[in-house]
Structures are given as structure tokens and as C-alpha cells.
Write a protein that binds this ligand. Structure first.
Ligand code: SAM
Ligand code: DTB
Ligand code: SF4
Length: 329
């Protein structure tokens, strides 16, 4: 005889974790199809098995070279191909970068992420970036850079400078990639990620939600990240910041609850990774962000600026941490 409790609580079985730890697109889609509260509960369970609940890592971003990028990423304010009204800036001087890094540390950030609008760094540009990495590290901050595709030997040079993380997102569903970007391929991105991994640098790789991808496409993005061996140590989940002038400026926005589902799926499929609630927080309510933390996000970008767009100011985040009883690591 079936017990009442079985009828009441086992409405939809959660998918079993695949034994070979590989996730098919269908497995992730099954997570998306779970009742919302069951999905969040499962994500919390996984989260608490691997992390202390309520501990949130904070990274501060700085654009060290802004605009004028040769690539055509359809969401980006910094592509030279779109008129987004962004003012181009040359590579920042090391001392100016350090001023920003000191301020980030004083506000409580533990990692400093420097981003450059390049297809990839030229050798002459890499040298000052190596200096930035060495000097920021001396301040007692973890270092991260995002410089585009790396050439032969560049990952090793970054590793020698002491770089902790390299950010390089795979951004969207494999089958949708060429709809969004035509100047490089997903395979190019994966090749750079291999170089980063081989050089012994921690991998930071995630994507953007709301580019017009289907829900299956979103499942494909998460599956591809989760199936990396090992998965990225840091997984930024960005909500598209719509930039006037870019091809993706006017698409329809996704249901915020689907964003939360994506965070939960990232947590469940990548149990030991830091999942970062990344771009898009400025347009999210505190309550929606709280739900993302419930879904297993345990990292944020902290400080009033992302690369070229606004982020909640640090005081607001500080109050949010206090209201939610969150602590920083
Ligand atoms: N040029 C390098 C690259 O593409 O890797 C580094 C900088 S690029 C701006 C870093 C990442 O920012 C992109 O891969 C994308 O995930 C994210 N990004 C860029 N524009 C965005 C936007 N409008 N909304 C959300 N995320 C965005
Ligand atoms: C990531 O995944 N998101 C950050 C960081 N890595 C480099 C960048 C977000 C950019 C948002 C739009 C802007 O400010 O230009
Ligand atoms: Fe250039 Fe990176 Fe923007 Fe693409 S996402 S246009 S590579 S800065």
C-alpha cells in the first residue's frame, strides 16, 4: 500500500546524479522542469554539503582597457562594430589599477578581476598586465584577468606572474553561439580554457542568460560547463545587461524565476564550484537576489561598476548582507 506521505511528497522524482558525473542536456532540462520549490530545496541541500550556507565571496571588477574591440559579440558595449556611445580608453597605467585594487580591498573584496576589451592580448600588452597581476597580488588580493583568447605561452606567463583565475566565458548554448558571435568560435574559447587549465591557473567560466536562447539552450550551456573535467572553479552566471546600439538591445527579458532556476542548476551540477551571481544585479530586487543565494549562488561582483555598466553600490550590498545574515569570505 502506498503511504499518504509518499503520495504527498514524491510528486516528481528528482533526476539521479549521473554515475559518471556527466550531465546530458536532458538531465539539466529535467532539473529545470522540477517544481520550483523542489529545485531550490535540492540546490540548498547540495550547497550545504559543500559550502557553509550564507558565506559569499566578493570580487571587484575593473576595466583596464575599454572599448574598440575587434569582436562582434552581440551583447557587448565594447565591440567596435556597434555604436554604443562608449568612450574608448587605452590600457590603464599600473599605478591607477593599484589605486582601484586598494579601494576594493578596503571595501572588503577578496578578489580583483581586470578585464580588457581584446580579442586576445598582444605580446606588448601582456607585459604590463603581468606587472598588474604581480602588484595586485602583493596587496593580498586574489587576482583574475579576462583578456580574450590566449596565444601560445601566454597562459604560462600569467601563471608565472602568480595569476589565480582566468575568466573566459563560453557564454551561451553551443548551437546558438554562432548566432551571437561570428568573429570567433566556441572551439576557440574552449582551446583557451584548455591552455589556462594546463598552465595550472584556476578556471572562471560561465555564461549570459537572456540572449534569446531557448530553455534547452540554457540547459546546454550548463551541461557544457558541468562536463568540463574538472568543471570551472568559478562559474559566473550573468543576466544580460541590454546595451542600446547592440544587436541584442531589444530582446525580450527572461522570466526572473528562470534565471533562479539556472543558478540552481549550476549549483546542482557543479557542487564544488563557486557560482557567481554576476551582471544584471542592478536590475534585480533584493528579494530576487536572495532567491539566487537560496539557489546556491555564493559569489558576487562587488563595487559600483562592472566593466562599462553599473552594479549596486557597495553600501547597498553591505545592507543586503546584513538583512540576509550573509557573511563574506
Ligand atoms: N574580451 C574578453 C572576453 O570576451 O572574454 C574579456 C571581456 S568580456 C566583456 C567578458 C565577459 O563579459 C563576456 O564573456 C560576457 O560573458 C560578459 N558580458 C559582456 N557584456 C555583457 C552584457 N551586456 N551583459 C552581461 N554580460 C556581459
Ligand atoms: C563575467 O562573467 N561577467 C563580468 C566579468 N566576467 C568580466 C563582466 C560583466 C560585464 C557586464 C557589462 C559591462 O559592464 O560592460
Ligand atoms: Fe570584445 Fe570580449 Fe566584448 Fe566580445 S565580449 S566584444 S571579445 S570585449
Amino acid at each position: 500500500m502506498t503511504s499518504t506521505s509518499t503520495i504527498k511528497f514524491a510528486r516528481k522524482a528528482a533526476p539521479a546524479v549521473p554515475t559518471d558525473a556527466k550531465w546530458s542536456v536532458a538531465d539539466v532540462q529535467t532539473l529545470f522542469d522540477m517544481p520550483f520549490l523542489d529545485l531550490l530545496f535540492r540546490a540548498q541541500q547540495v550547497h550545504r554539503e559543500h559550502f557553509k550556507a550564507g558565506e559569499i565571496q566578493r570580487s571587484t571588477l575593473l576595466s583596464i582597457k575599454t572599448g574598440g574591440c575587434s569582436e562582434d559579440c552581440g551583447y557587448c558595449s565594447q565591440s567596435a562594430r556597434y555604436d554604443t556611445g562608449l568612450e574608448r580608453e587605452q590600457l590603464m597605467a599600473v599605478e591607477e589599477v593599484l589605486e582601484h585594487a586598494r579601494a576594493a580591498k578596503a571595501k572588503g573584496s577578496s578578489r580583483f578581476c581586470m578585464g580588457a576589451a581584446w580579442r586576445g592580448p598582444k605580446e606588448k600588452d601582456l607585459q604590463p598586465v603581468l606587472e598588474m597581476v604581480r602588484e595586485v597580488k602583493k596587496l593580498g588580493l586574489e587576482t583574475c584577468v579576462t583578456l580574450g583568447m590566449l596565444g601560445q605561452g601566454q597562459a604560462e606567463q600569467l601563471a608565472d606572474a602568480g595569476l589565480d583565475y582566468y575568466n573566459h566565458n563560453i557564454d551561451t548554448a553551443p548551437e546558438y553561439y554562432s548566432e551571437v558571435i561570428t568573429t570567433h568560435t566556441l572551439q576557440d574559447r574552449l582551446d583557451t580554457l584548455d591552455k589556462v587549465r594546463d598552465a595550472g591557473i584556476n578556471v572562471c567560466s560561465g555564461g549570459i542568460i537572456g540572449l534569446g536562447e531557448t530553455q534547452t539552450g540554457r540547459a546546454g550551456l550548463i551541461a557544457q560547463l558541468a562536463n568540463m573535467n574538472p568543471p570551472p572553479e568559478s562559474v559566473p552566471i550573468n543576466n544580460l545587461v541590454q546595451i542600446p546600439g547592440t544587436p541584442l538591445a531589444d530582446g525580450s527579458k527572461i522570466d526572473p524565476l528562470d534565471f533562479v532556476r539556472t543558478v540552481a542548476a549550476a549549483r546542482i551540477t557543479m557542487p564544488t564550484s563557486f557560482v557567481r551571481l554576476s551582471a544584471g544585479r542592478q536590475e534585480m530586487s533584493d528579494e530576487l537576489q536572495a532567491m539566487c543565494f537560496m539557489a546556491g549562488a555564493n559569489s558576487i561582483f562587488y563595487g559600483e561598476r562592472l566593466l562599462t555598466t553599473d552594479n549596486p553600490d557597495a553600501d547597498h550590498d553591505q545592507r543586503l548582507f546584513e538583512r540576509l545574515g550573509l557573511t563574506s569570505i
